[in-house]
Each structure stands twice: as structure tokens, then as C-alpha cells.
Design a protein around this ligand. Structure first.
Ligand code: SF4
Length: 271
């Protein structure tokens, strides 16, 4: 949706507003469809799991990404669609950013550090989005910006919401501890009635992480999550902002930006 709007000269997604990423030049991809969690809010299906038989080397992924992005954009060709500007169409054919996230946990791909380095050598900036369960792999990765999800203020809530295949709570804390030395974001997906509790506990975990930014983002009732949650679990933007402010009140983060349409509030570290 954001890619299409950007191609027509319209608004871009909140990642443009917060971090300057142009939606029509951003490729969203995942190097694996496997995941070691079963988050209730996940848009993907666990019910129809894809069985991967082999991993592709980074070079194959890069080549395939070029081809598939072109194919994905084909219907927006400026010649066929007069809402698309010629300049943005030409820019879109030369993507500059890769968001490594989508469907699956990227740290389960064994060649992730090499893949990120290959993207970098080819002139791409990268966002790596991880559930934080694999700190050893994260320590070896050097994306432009590293995201770790924090979807609960304590271990019991984490197990209830993310339903991990092992006990990974301590590992997530290890991943958070890596963030202070990098350009980084902690992502909190806020689900009304499930994890919108104990802002002071989130604040303590964020304070220890020393990440550059925190995104508090409202859960969206989409995809397969609709079989696990209700529409009422989707907080309004005001509730997201209110919770973000409660966190900020008890730690060294302050609200620096927000996007009402995406129901997301960005906190920045002040000291
Ligand atoms: S960690 Fe991400 S991909 Fe895995 S189940 Fe949770 S939301 Fe889905």
C-alpha cells in the first residue's frame, strides 16, 4: 500500500517519517520462513507451515530479490498507470533499502551476517528485525539499523503472547543488551488487554538496553492473527501514545515522533 502511494507521489510509511526510508525504494524480504515463536499477533499462518529443504546462498538471494522486486512492481509501470510519476517509477526500479523481516525469524538463516554484508557492498542500507531469541547470531550481524521485539514486560506474559518453542526470555534480554552500542530500535507491539500492562517493567528493560529508539506500535487486526485475537485487541492511537508516555515518564526516553495512521509512537533516548 505504501509503495503504491509513494509511486503516485503521495505519502510514505512511518519509516520515512522517522528514519528517511523511501517506501517505493524499500524491499521487504525474509531469508527464511521458519520461526521459533508462535506469536498470537503474527500475521502469518503457523497452520500452513512451509517446509524449507535447503538454504540459498546470499548471492542467490540478492539476484532473486532484484528479479522479484521488478516483478512485484510491474503493475505500477508509469506507462500503464497514469497515477504513477515517471521519476518515482524509475527510482523504484533501483531500490536502495532492504527491510529484512516479513514472515519468519531472519536469525534462523545461518548466513545472515554474510547476506547483510553483501547488501551493504551493493549499496543498500538494511534494517534487520528480529524477535531477539538468537543473541549469538545478532552479535555477528551489522545492519544499518537493528530491531529487537519486546512484546511483554515479564517472562509469564511473554510465554502467553509469543508462545516460544523454548524458554527464550533470558535470551531476549541478552539481545536487548547488544543494542546500546548500535543504531537500534526496540519494537513493542501493543495489544489491548494482553500486554498493555506494567509500563514501569518495560521502562526498566528499555533503560538497560540503551537502544537508540523505541517504537510503541498498536497491534493491527490483519492476516492470520484474526483467528487468534479480536478486533477489540487493536488499541486506538491515543491509547498507544498514552502507554508510550507512561513508559517515558519512568526512564530516559522521550516521545520524539508519532504517526497516527500507523498507530505508532517513536521514543528517543535523551541521555
Ligand atoms: S517472531 Fe515474528 S514471525 Fe515469528 S511468530 Fe512472532 S511475529 Fe511471527
Amino acid at each position: 500500500m505504501w509503495c503504491k502511494r509513494a509511486l503516485s507521489g503521495g505519502d510514505m510509511c512511518y519509516k520515512h517519517q522517522f528514519y528517511g526510508i523511501a517506501s517505493h525504494r524499500c524491499v521487504q524480504m525474509t531469508p527464511t520462513l521458519r520461526c521459533n515463536q508462535r506469536c498470537r499477533f503474527c500475521w502469518r499462518s503457523f497452520e500452513h507451515e512451509v517446509v524449507e529443504e535447503e538454504e540459498c546462498p546470499p548471492e542467490t538471494i540478492l539476484a532473486g530479490m532484484h528479479k522479484l522486486q521488478k516483478k512485484a512492481l510491474a503493475g505500477y509501470n508509469a506507462v500503464l498507470d497514469n497515477t504513477v510519476t515517471e521519476e518515482r517509477w524509475r527510482e523504484a526500479l533501483e531500490p536502495r533499502h532492504v527491510a529484512i523481516s516479513l514472515s519468519g525469524e531472519p536469525t534462523l538463516y545461518s548466513q545472515l551476517p554474510d547476506l547483510i554484508d553483501l547488501f551493504k557492498r551493493n549499496g543498500y542500507t538494511t534494517f534487520l528485525v528480529s524477535n531477539g531469541t538468537n543473541p549469538e547470531m545478532l552479535a555477528r550481524c551489522h545492519p544499518y539499523q537493528m530491531y529487537v521485539s519486546l512484546d511483554a514486560p515479564d517472562a509469564a506474559t511473554y510465554h502467553d503472547i509469543c508462545r516460544p518453542l523454548g524458554d527464550y526470555w533470558e535470551r531476549i534480554k541478552e539481545s536487548l543488551a547488544l543494542l546500546g552500542s548500535r543504531r537500534s530500535v526496540v519494537r513493542i507491539t501493543l495489544i489491548e488487554g494482553l500486554n498493555d500492562i506494567a509500563p514501569e517493567k518495560y521502562a526498566g528493560l528499555l533503560q538497560d538496553s540503551a537502544s537508540t529508539f523505541v517504537e510503541v506500535k498498536g497491534y493491527m487486526y490483519l492476516g492470520y492473527s484474526r483467528y487468534r485475537l479480536k478486533r477489540e485487541n487493536m488499541p486506538e492511537h491515543e491509547q498507544v501514545r498514552d502507554f508510550a508516555e507512561k513508559i517515558a515518564a519512568v526512564c530516559d526516553y522521550r516521545v520524539v515522533d508519532e504517526n497516527r495512521l500507523s498507530r505508532v509512537v517513536c521514543l528517543g533516548r535523551v541521555t
